[in-house]
Design a protein around this ligand. Structure first.
Ligand code: NAI
Length: 329
């Protein structure tokens, strides 16, 4: 199969590209992002492989269809960047990798939470400049506190299990989990109750029309003032301006995120020489009680290997005229 891979980075070359080539596929990889201007580059290819920053809108899908593409393989779990309805209409099959390592993402959420709470990133910077003082580094014990999890799927459940290990009481909000599938030892509540009772909050739901700006000014009014919010889901689950306002009015204790609502054209690139034009992101990065990472929660050796394996499986299924459980369209 002829496969065009967008938004590649050195790690994709070492894992995904090599393995697809070993399986006999004809692979072209580009560092360019998929967008209207680049969709034509896949001309003559059977499949394109995309990542979370690629724009897979109806316009782009039409361009891919015109170029002869029949299969879109997303090398990620989230598909909020893909217009699935348009893909179905155009007859382009869409597959993703729903589970490659929920542990990778949950563990990164924990890393963010611990760093934010105990000011590890600030302490590291201070010690580099020989400042060994403790002022401003005060945190709180997680033991005995309440952790709220929004979205109790694969990642949310891993996060909840780790928090139970810390000795936390865990509350959860997930309107789609049936009572018989609820996790033991976790109390499922309304969003408002979880929000109002939690000392730490983790977002682990997908981005969709129901969850867009789920965390907004109204919900943030319910937050315990010292509470820490961790977002490893998608940036637009949070109204970033509302989070900044809550931090500045001392009604939220801190915000740690691996994602940002307008990250698509910025994250995964080194902008240290060329800069970037996003005043809101700059404001966020200036705020001392904010800790951001560049969408790296998935980035472990195990996750990359599993993504490559599942992507190969998806291609093999399509080549054999089949659809496995990873196909959404
Ligand atoms: P999953 O599909 O296993 O779980 C998502 C859960 O969210 C489900 O239980 C679902 O019922 C729940 N949910 C749906 N709508 C909801 C709503 N309105 N409110 C609360 N809960 C709701 O997905 P998984 O694997 O746990 O991943 C969750 C999200 O994490 C992905 O959709 C993706 O956006 C993000 N993610 C981020 C990564 C990163 O590197 N930062 C890597 C992988 C995933």
């Amino acid at each position: 199969m002829r496969i065009f891979i967008y938004s590649t980075h050195p790690h994709d070359q070492q894992t995904l590209v090599v393995r697809l080539e070993q399986a006999g596929h004809d692979v072209t990889a580009t560092t360019q992002r998929l967008e209207p201007a680049t969709s034509g580059e896949a001309i003559g290819c059977d499949a394109v492989c995309t990542f979370v920053c690629d724009e897979v809108s109806a316009t782009v899908l039409q361009g891919l269809r015109d170029a002869g593409v029949k299969l879109l393989i997303q090398r990620a779990a989230g598909v909020d960047n893909i217009d699935l309805a348009a893909a179905r209409k155009l007859g382009i099959a869409v597959a993703r990798v729903p589970e490659y390592s929920p542990h990778a993402v949950a563990e990164h959420a924990i890393a963010l939470l611990l760093s934010l709470n105990r000011h590890i990133h600030q302490a590291y910077q201070r010690m580099q400049r020989a400042d060994f003082s403790l002022d401003g580094l005060l945190g709180f014990d997680l033991y005995g506190k309440t952790a709220g999890v929004i979205g109790m799927g694969r990642i949310g459940r891993c996060f909840a299990a780790i928090m139970q290990g810390f000795g936390c009481r865990v509350l959860a909000y997930d309107p789609l989990v049936a009572a018989e599938h609820r996790m033991a030892g976790v109390r499922y509540e309304t969003l408002e109750t979880v929000w109002a009772e939690s000392d730490v909050l983790s977002l682990n739901c997908p981005l969709n029309p129901d969850t867009h700006h789920l965390v907004n000014a109204d919900l943030l009014k319910l937050t315990r003032p010292h509470a820490l919010l961790v977002n490893t889901s998608r940036g637009a689950v949070v109204d970033t301006s509302a989070v900044l306002a809550a931090l500045r009015s001392d009604s939220l204790g801190g915000y740690a995120a691996d994602v940002y609502e307008d990250e698509a054209c910025i994250f995964f690139r080194n902008c240290s020489d060329c800069g970037y034009d996003d005043p809101l992101l700059k404001d966020l990065l200036r705020e001392p009680r904010v800790l951001l990472t560049p969408h790296q929660a998935f980035f472990t050796e195990e996750a990359l290997a599993n993504i490559a394996t599942a992507t190969l499986d998806n291609v093999a299924a399509f080549s054999a005229g089949q659809r496995n459980a990873n196909f959404l369209a």
